[in-house]
Design a binder for this molecule. Sequence first.
Ligand SMILES: Cc1ncc(COP(=O)(O)O)c(C=O)c1O
Length: 290
Amino acid sequence: MFDGVCWLDGEIRPLAEARIPVLDHGLLYGDGVFEGIRFYNRVAFMLDEHLRRLEDSARCIALACPWSRRELREIIAEVIAAQDRSEGYIRLIITRGEGPLGIDPSLCKQPRLIVIASGLRLASPETIQRGANLVIAATRRLPPDGVDPRIKSLNYLNHILARIEANQAGADEALLLNAQGMVTEGSAENVFIVRDDVLLTPPVTDGALAGITRQLLLDLANSVRIEAVERSLAPYDLYTADECFLTGTGAEMIPVKHVDNRALPECPGPAFRRLQDAFRAYVARYCSSR
Ligand SMILES: Cc1ncc(COP(=O)(O)O)c(C=O)c1O
């Protein structure tokens, strides 16, 4: 469970031994940003895109990041080299750092960088095989005029509440609606449906993280000649879809079998299979060219 390594304060140590001080505002207030990055064949996948999003998230919360993109790349390479897996997951976290009790971020003088390399499995092979069962959570996605959903912050309580609902319902994952009742995303994945051969996903402005896997899938759909459209989706659209699936760095691609106990006719469906082949081919090309 704690198998892996962690870069912390300039040193790499076994993950089980890595510790941060209790006055770190990342812990006290969720004040910080992060990225989850897969590595395949020891190559960090879509690293530029992840570092760009990390910088954007940090800028949005006025967190001055003292590490350059080059330094972050070097640390990530070091961490991948320091462990045994050739495939796994990097968690890159920048917290506001230590400060006195009280939320004022201006009292935290030194941000803290944490880079973990470990394994990550969001769904069991059996779930992926049979297709995930989703529920639509009663918990709504926080509105963008509160916290912009594009900020990938350490504050996941909104999503955790939705995930608790899924657990209590015996489902594999929950989807969150926005205040207007339109679908946004899963607790840690973006959502797609297929209807009459068209791939549909909600626009980020409806309240989803601008997922890197989501964008890659939209681009790959183009290359395998599947029409792809960003459009607001109601629960009705999911209940009546031909196919539905989740995407994310952790999740990769997970086909969906049920939404609120309505069975989808095709799981995994033909569009999912074509896109999954294209995704796997892209990962292989990306990782062999670096
Ligand atoms: C809330 C949320 N939505 C979507 C995603 C998928 O984004 P990505 O494909 O960039 O991993 C994640 C992944 O961490 C997430 O936490």
